[in-house]
Every structure is written in C-alpha cells, then in structure tokens.
Design a protein around this ligand. Structure first.
Ligand code: NAD
Ligand code: UD1
Length: 339
C-alpha cells in the first residue's frame, strides 16, 4: 500500500462515511475504516466492497480509546490524513442524553487530534454541521454568518469540536477543513449502501420512505404555520454522493496547503420546504405518502439554507445531483432494505 495515499476514515461504516470511502477509492486514495458499529452495521462493508471491488481494511475501534487509537496509528500508518466522521448525531437524543454526546463527540475528536500530533499526521477533514449556526437571522448563510447559541447539546458538541480543531491548528503543523453539512439525504445509486436508521427514524427522508413502504402509518409534518411560503420549514437538502465527493475535494486541496484551518458550507444553495420534499418524493417515485399536519417540533429552526460559493471557488466543488435524484435513490435503498 502506498502509505502517502492512506486515509484514516473514522465512522467509515456510517451513512456519510461509507459513501466517502467509495469516492476516496474512485479518486485513488486508500481508505482504512475504523468504526465501533454503535450506529452502523458491518454489512455496510459488503456494500462498499461490492461497489469499489476492493477489500477495505476495517478495525472495530472506539475513537475515544486513546491507547487503541495510538496503536492503530503506530501499526497502520503513516496516514496522509484523517477524515473524522465518528460521532453521535441525533439532535433529539442529545437533549435526552447530553453526557453521552459530550463524551463521544468531544473525546473522539480530542483523541484523533492527539494521535495526529503524536504521529505527525498533517491533514484533517472534520464533519461539522449547519446546526452550529442555530437559527440564522438571514438566509442563505455563509461561513461568515455569526453563530447563534446552539439549540441542542449535539449542536454544541460541533461548536466545541470546531473550536478545539481551530485552537490546535494555531502554532502547530495541523491543516484542517471543517465541513458544515446542511441536510444530507439519498443513497448510493447502486442501492448497495445508504442510511440505516435504527428504530423509529427522526429525520424526514427515512420517515417518508418508511411511510411509503407501509412500515409507518403516516408522516407527521412538524408545523404548517411557519413564516415560509407554504408554512412548513425550509432546509437545504444535499445528495450524500455529492457530499462524499466534497471530502475528496477537501483532502486533495489540503494536501497542497501549508498549515491552515478553513471552514466550508456544504449545501445545494436551494431551500426546500417539507411539503415540497414530500411532493417531489411522490412525483418521482409515483408512490403516495400518507401525511398528517402536526405541531411544531421543539428545537426546529424555521429555515436555513447555504451559500456554498466558497466551496465552489476554493475546492472547485458543487452539487451535481438534484433533490429528485436523492429522493429516487432513497426509495431504491428503502426497497433494498426490505429484500
Ligand atoms: P452515522 O451514525 O451513520 O455514522 C457515524 C459512524 O460513526 C457510525 O458508523 C458509528 O457507528 C460511528 N461511531 C460513532 N461514535 C464512534 C466512536 N466513538 N468510535 C468509533 N466509531 C464511532 O452518521 P452520519 O450521518 O454518517 O454522520 C457522520 C458525521 O457527520 C457525524 O459526525 C455527524 O454528526 C455529521 N453530520 C451528519 C449530518 C446528517 O444529517 N447525517 C448532518 C451534519 C453533520
Ligand atoms: C438537524 C440539524 C442537522 C443534523 C440533523 C441530524 C438543523 C438546522 N439541522 O436536521 O445539522 O445533522 O438534525 O438529525 O438543526 N420533519 C417533519 N416530519 C418528520 C421529520 C422531520 O416534518 O417526521 C421536518 C422537520 O421539522 C424539519 C425537516 O423535516 O423541518 C427536516 O428534519 P430532519 O430530517 O430531522 O433534519 P433537521 O432537523 O433539519
């Protein structure tokens, strides 16, 4: 293995990590996955390997375990860089279990930074979130938009991790990119990898696909009285394959930089309402979804969508896939899950 193409992908068995591993292989990198499978299934590896036709090294390690991580860096490095996905990610769950979120998200990032410093690994790509902006005063939000207070412990862990990485970058050799994802959706068009929501989904798209599949009786729209054109919340939905490609672009860019810490929004630049998403899903898949209007969900922001101009300008990255593509691929994945 050409060591300078080796990329450590933490949380690589998860939704965004698995798609990124596929794109890393396509771009000539050699990903190594670590994941403790707390929110994923080992079968995701089969999907990745079927798409890439490669065996991807996998290690079942908890990123908060400093000794195990040091050992991995020692015996499987040197790495060109690390893409750090491993974290808990459910907003509502973070309100119920804040300490679990502070422990997992913050300690895993601290351990990754310690190992990188110890072994002289220079490049870090970090999974942040648009949730760091809170409810912005204006849309679209750019990287310069001021942060409002985080609306959940999950959001706060992303603010803390961003700060921790920025602080570590100062006066060190670390080069980092903080990627603020908007709403990642969809699945690989092959239907071989996708999102594995455990239990009752909290997110809109898996709830739509499970309702269309008859696994849920109906989808509740959380609030129809917002100050938006059709009264429902607006988000910026981005196809997970486009998102995965942005990680390759970020890593390739980082390779050529002197120590730096840059932040990029990753969204489509379009705001779509909940109703528009449901209508598009029904139209492209020709599948009805039983919908009822419900109360607002506590903690939801009314509307947020990205300006992704900076990523276009500096990383030469932009979305190639549409909301309709993502909703088609999400449905193909749902059907595959039921086989
Ligand atoms: P996911 O849960 O599908 O993937 C995360 C993976 O990390 C899982 O496979 C899980 O088993 C693993 N993991 C978690 N803690 C770990 C630990 N301590 N050690 C080893 N492995 C661990 O989530 P995802 O949607 O792929 O999200 C990836 C990253 O992107 C997360 O950091 C998340 O906060 C961030 N993010 C996600 C979204 C989204 O809506 N999906 C939006 C913004 C940011
Ligand atoms: C939020 C965070 C995002 C985080 C993600 C992880 C913000 C702005 N975004 O996304 O950073 O990574 O959680 O879970 O905080 N909806 C319904 N009915 C449903 C489910 C959802 O109407 O059954 C609506 C929601 O009210 C929201 C939209 O659909 O308006 C999208 O919701 P969801 O998919 O949960 O994502 P966010 O909450 O936007």
């Amino acid at each position: 293995m050409n060591s300078m193409k080796k990329v450590l992908v933490t949380g690589g068995a998860g939704f965004i990590g698995s798609h990124t591993v596929v794109e890393l292989v396509a771009a000539g990198f050699e990903p190594i996955i670590i994941d403790n499978l707390c929110n994923s299934d080992i079968s995701m590896l089969d999907g990745i390997e079927a798409i890439t036709e490669k065996n991807i090294p996998f290690f079942n390690i908890d990123c908060t375990d400093l000794d195990a991580m040091m050992d991995l860096f020692q015996h499987h490095g040197p790495f060109l860089g690390v893409i750090h996905f491993a974290a808990f990610k459910a907003v509502g769950e973070s309100v119920a279990k804040p300490l679990a979120y502070y422990h997992n998200n913050i300690n895993s990032t601290r351990v990754v930074l310690e190992c990188m410093a110890h072994f002289g690994v220079k490049n870090l790509v970090f999974s942040s979130s648009c949730t760091v902006y809170g409810q912005p005063k204006e849309n679209p939000v750019s990287e310069k938009t001021a942060w409002m207070s985080a609306s959940s412990p999950y959001g706060y862990t992303k603010q803390v991790c961003e700060r921790m990485i920025a602080d570590t970058s100062l006066g060190s050799n670390l080069s980092s990119v903080l990627l603020r994802y908007f709403n990642p959706i969809g699945a690989h068009p092959s239907g071989l990898i996708g999102e594995l929501p455990l239990g009752v989904p909290e997110n809109l798209i898996p709830y739509i696909t499970q309702t269309a599949a008859g696994l849920r009786s109906h989808l509740t729209i959380f609030g129809s009285d917002y100050n938006t054109p059709d009264g429902t919340c607006i988000r910026d939905y981005i196809h997970v394959v486009d998102l995965a490609k942005a990680h390759v672009a970020a890593l390739s860019w980082l390779e050529k930089q002197s120590p730096i810490c840059e932040v990029f929004n990753l969204g489509s630049g379009n705001g779509n309402s909940v109703k528009e998403v449901i209508d598009t899903f029904q139209e492209v898949n020709n599948m009805p979804v039983n919908v009822v209007a419900g109360a607002r969900r506590p903690g939801d922001v009314e509307q947020i969508f990205a300006s992704a101009d900076k990523a276009k300008e500096i990383l030469n990255w932009g979305c190639e896939l549409t909301l309709a593509d993502a909703l088609k691929d999400a449905w193909t994945w749902q059907l595959k899950l039921q086989e």
